[in-house]
Structures are given as structure tokens and as C-alpha cells.
Design a protein around this ligand. Structure first.
Ligand code: ZN
Length: 274
């Protein structure tokens, strides 16, 4: 299936510069989901689209401009609006976000320091947060837009994206990615073309790397046993980037896979074939 999918991606022109209908992620206008919003008007000029002052991806689709917008998990259901600027003219384009109920998940971590960090850990955690923010803020243009992804690793996919998390009895941030269970050492492959923009050992996420795919689409890979690439490396879809491990705050070996659009960590399942 993977090979067929890649062939299909090549055949439908994904790598030729203009994204086609089949390349779009699935739409789900909920917190943590994706909105595909048609931009009104007939201008040939590409508009700039902002959500919360963050730039969103825009592609040409069926002779219209289409914004591909990540909806932050923390969004309250209700109206949201995009600020659309074409040339010298700006308009608001509203859309509606509906509610989604996510589960609560309780986990026990053996190393309590990973749940209740010591004061001396906080400085490290803060600087890693900053590095992560910088990586997630990338909005590179120039390459072909890619919005369909290959699974980065073969294995059992959890549907725990968005779960409220209780670690050792303490509420912590909700789960912002997909966990894929696989044995330590299983190869992890780049889900699409991109560039490695950050890599290192992080306090909570263990060995971690970030790939910039362009237009605000950034993917992250956590708890790796080994990182096989370095910052600045260009990647093609399917390139080996690392191996599954159990580094950082984990209960066992798996890949934590995060997908960000306009800096919002959205549900990675929306980019994969069901
Ligand atoms: Zn995870």
C-alpha cells in the first residue's frame, strides 16, 4: 500500500508544484482538527491567510484559493475567523468549530522526576520549549506543497490524540500527537519531503527531531532510540530518519508522532489513509 500510495502521489502531480484535490488532509472542524476554507473572490493573486496572527497554508484548488487551517486543541467551540489579505484588501472569513469530546487517560511513569521535574530541570525544559516553538513556527515556501503523509512507522496506531492526561495522579498537558507502537529499533521514515530543522535529546520527549515540510506543516518524532539525520538534511518521502525507542517520558517503546499546521498540533490521523 505504501508503494502504491507513493506512486499515486507522484502520478497526481503532488511533487510538480501544485497540490491537487487528492493531496488534501481530511477536514474535521473540531478542536485539534483541520478546516479547509474556500477563500471568496476570483483573484489570481495568492492571498495571505492568518489565524490568530499565524500564517496558514493556502493552495490553488479547482480555480479557487483554499486555506488549510490547523485548529488548536485548546480552541473553544464556536465561530473562528481567518484574516485574508489579497493585495491591499483585507477581509475576515468566518467558519464554525464544533465540539469534540476527548477521553481522559491515566498513566504511571516510573521516573517521577519526569512528572514532577526538579527545580534544576526547569531551565532545561524552558529552553527546549523555545527550540520546539522555533521549529514549529517554520513557514518555508518555494517547494511543492505536500499535505498527504505516509505513516512514518509500521505499527499499531493509537487513537489517543487529544486525550486529557493524568500522569502519576497529576493532570498534565493533553496528548497532542499519535502514538504508534513498535519494537525498539524499528525504522522511522520521513512521511513526505522536507528538511530537518531541529534534533536533540529533550527532557520529556527524549531523542526528538522536527521536519519542516513547508507552508506551516511541521512534523515531530519523539522517544527515538537513535536519530539518523542532522539539522539541515534535506529529506525525500520514505528516507530513514531514526529508530523507535523509549527515551524520555514513556511507559514503553513507541513513536510519538506530532503534526503541526500553523503551529497547531493537530490530529495526525487526518493526514493518513484510514
Ligand atoms: Zn505520545
Amino acid at each position: 500500500m505504501t508503494v502504491t500510495r507513493l506512486a499515486a502521489m507522484l502520478a497526481c502531480g503532488m511533487l510538480a508544484g501544485v497540490a491537487q484535490a487528492g493531496d488534501l488532509p481530511r477536514e474535521s472542524r473540531v478542536p485539534g482538527g483541520i478546516a479547509l476554507v474556500e477563500i471568496p473572490g476570483t483573484s489570481d493573486l495568492p492571498p495571505t491567510v492568518l489565524i490568530d496572527a499565524r500564517r496558514a497554508a493556502v493552495i490553488r484548488h479547482e480555480n479557487r484559493w483554499l486555506a488549510i487551517v490547523g485548529i488548536p486543541l485548546s480552541t473553544k467551540p464556536g465561530p473562528l475567523k481567518l484574516r485574508v489579505t489579497t493585495g491591499a484588501k483585507s477581509v475576515d472569513v468566518p467558519f464554525e468549530v464544533t465540539d469534540k469530546l476527548y477521553r481522559t487517560q491515566s498513566l504511571t511513569i516510573k521516573n517521577d522526576r519526569q512528572v514532577n521535574p526538579k527545580p534544576e530541570d526547569l531551565k532545561r525544559i524552558e529552553s527546549e520549549q523555545e527550540r520546539s516553538n522555533v521549529a514549529l513556527s517554520k513557514f518555508s515556501t518555494g517547494g511543492a506543497p505536500v499535505f498527504a503523509l505516509l505513516p512514518p512507522v509500521e505499527g499499531q496506531r493509537s487513537d489517543s490524540y487529544g486525550s486529557r492526561r493524568i500522569f502519576n495522579g497529576k493532570p498534565r498537558n493533553p496528548h497532542s500527537g499519535m502514538d504508534i507502537a513498535a519494537a525498539k529499533g524499528t525504522p522511522i521514515r520521513s512521511p513526505a519531503a522536507g528538511t530537518v530543522v531541529e534534533a536533540g535529546n529533550f527532557f520529556f520527549n527524549g531523542n526528538t527531531l522536527y521536519i519542516d515540510h513547508g507552508y506551516g506543516l511541521v512534523t515531530m518524532y519523539c522517544h527515538l532510540s537513535e536519530i539518523k539525520v542532522k539539522v539541515g538534511d534535506p529529506l525525500a518521502a520514505g528516507d530513514l530518519i531514526g529508530t523507535v525507542g523509549a527515551t524520555g517520558r514513556v511507559t514503553g517503546p513507541h513513536l510519538h508522532w506530532g503534526v503541526a499546521l500553523n503551529r497547531a498540533m493537530v490530529d495526525p490521523a487526518l493526514f493518513l489513509e484510514p
